[in-house]
Design a protein around this ligand. Sequence first.
Ligand code: SF4
Length: 181
Amino acid sequence: MTAKSKIRIATTSLAGCFGCHMSFLDMDERLVALLEQVELNRSPFTDIKQCGPCDIGLIEGGVCNAENVHVLRDFRAHCTILIAVGACAINGGVPAMRNYFDLQDCLQEVYLNGTGVTNPQIPSDIELPLLLDKVYPVSEVVPIDYFLPGCPPSADEFLQILEPLLTGHKPELPKSHVHYD
Ligand code: SF4
């Protein structure tokens, strides 16, 4: 297989903790075999900042700010298959716990009134992405092709969804993998 015929994969973390990316790396030596078939595009693993045309996009994390919306739409535009990876991408996960509260109340608690605050001020800079009112599952912003549950999904589960896709087949996750953590 030539480098040109490799499957191109992009990955990103939106409102996530990078735990799903760390779990991907738990493939350990199996990564070597995977990289014989795969070329990584935009990803924290490559530090490539712009998503080019890709076969598969892996999205970790929910959507909490305007930059997340932009990145997610960019992945949808450039990736043939988009996979929501992990609980945060699928249902908002831990970051979505703020959805139980008003955004302004959250900001005031964290930056003004919370325990240990020494220099109370709510950050406000043009460089900071605008926070959304809530944290949204990625499927509420763009169409998603596959969902890989888990917090994080295990390395085996990554392979179980990727290996069929690499050979043009539809992945079928066993029911035991459809779970909440
Ligand atoms: Fe982190 Fe779990 Fe969310 Fe993945 S699903 S980004 S491991 S909190």
